[in-house]
Design a protein around this ligand. Structure first.
Ligand SMILES: [Zn+2]
Length: 347
């Protein structure tokens, strides 16, 4: 059983990335690149030239002058790339500086772009009240996983440098509109938010701390599922967290809200993601167990478009609410007050 599961997790990640690409996106992308407004994550200008060539069928139709012009256009877009973020839904450009104040919601179409865990904490927790827990817990590569490209330890190191985090979750306590809460926020930018032993242990300790102090608990999920580099130790985290939650919710009768953001998949959906007393999803969030391609390859059936999106799943009863990001903090504080958790200054 474990073997089968870990295979499906392995395959989940690539599908996850590609499933957010719409059918006409590739065509539009190459048009955008040609039309010089490309702001891609794709690092090297030279690789883009290759894409453009192949998308119009060979390089004969380009003179040397054309190529130089494209190259200089690409240099310009590279030069200003740090100023803009392209929306994955409408391809509109958002000015990076103002995007943060708009909670990473696309100005043109209202699409909810990804947020880092630190931005989430700033969004939900009152300034100056955040107290992190277990900040320097790191993975020890328990099964000595060595892939062909890069040893697991080196991968962790490079993500640590890139994100400034020790692993894919931040946990701690703080105040949400004056109400003390225990909160865990996953970060998709750290190895796709994958859940290894560190994520599992940090969340378990957070839940145990919340149980001890009778604090309400909020976990913001964003994950590609269990971390294959830690094998079945990753899968065991599902049981460990669920057991801690059982004690918190059933024995102590305390209140847990799960917030599912795009994407939430695999072992996270299958454990604490869907164990909330209240489950909230963000609009258009991609929420699934196995990715679309994995299901299609395994079952030989087509998965209808949109069937792994929050709106469709809400119709089927998977969540209690879909809450836009700009309302999230006030909805959470209202829910907490309804469950008899009040701001500190009101006694
Ligand atoms: Zn947009």
């Amino acid at each position: 059983m474990f073997k089968a599961l870990s295979v499906s997790f392995k395959a989940t990640q690539p599908t996850l990335f590609s499933s957010t690409i719409l059918p006409n996106e590739i065509a539009r992308k190459s048009n955008l690149q040609f039309g010089r407004i490309s702001i891609h994550q794709n690092p090297k200008p030279t690789s883009k030239v290759t894409v453009i060539k192949s998308s119009i069928g060979g390089n004969q139709s380009f003179s040397k002058g054309d190529e130089e012009k494209i190259q200089s256009d690409l240099d310009v877009s590279q030069k200003y790339k740090h100023l803009w973020v392209q929306c994955g839904n409408c391809y509109g450009l958002n000015y990076k500086k103002s995007l943060k104040s708009k909670m990473n919601i696309c100005e043109q179409c209202g699409f909810h772009l990804k947020m880092s865990s630190t931005e989430r904490i700033e969004l939900l927790i009152d300034p100056g009240t955040w107290e992190p827990m277990d900040e320097d817990m790191v993975s020890l590569d328990p099964i000595e996983f060595h892939s062909e490209e890069e040893p697991y330890k080196d991968r962790i190191d490079s993500y640590q440098r890139k994100t400034g985090l020790a692993d894919a979750v931040q946990t701690g306590t703080g105040q949400l509109q004056g109400i003390p809460v225990a909160i865990g926020v996953m970060d998709f930018l750290f190895m796709g938010g994958s859940m290894g032993s560190v994520v599992g242990e940090k969340l378990t300790r957070l839940i145990e701390h919340a149980t001890e102090k009778s604090l309400p608990l909020i976990i913001v999920c964003a994950s590609g599922g269990a971390r294959m580099q830690e094998g079945s130790l990753s899968l065991m985290q599902m049981a460990k967290i669920s057991a801690a939650l059982y004690d918190y919710q059933s024995n102590k009768q305390l209140f847990y809200v799960a917030v599912l953001t795009s994407p939430t998949t695999g072992g996270v959906t299958a454990s604490f993601g869907t164990l909330g007393d209240i489950i909230i999803a963000e609009p258009n969030a991609y929420i699934a167990f196995a990715g679309k391609r994995v299901i299609e390859q395994t079952l030989n059936k087509t998965v209808p478009d949109g069937s792994q999106e929050a709106e469709y799943l809400f119709q089927k009863g998977l969540f209690d609410q879909i809450v836009p990001r700009n309302l999230l903090k006030s909805v959470l504080s209202e829910l907490l007050m309804l469950h008899a958790y009040f701001p500190l200054d009101q006694n």
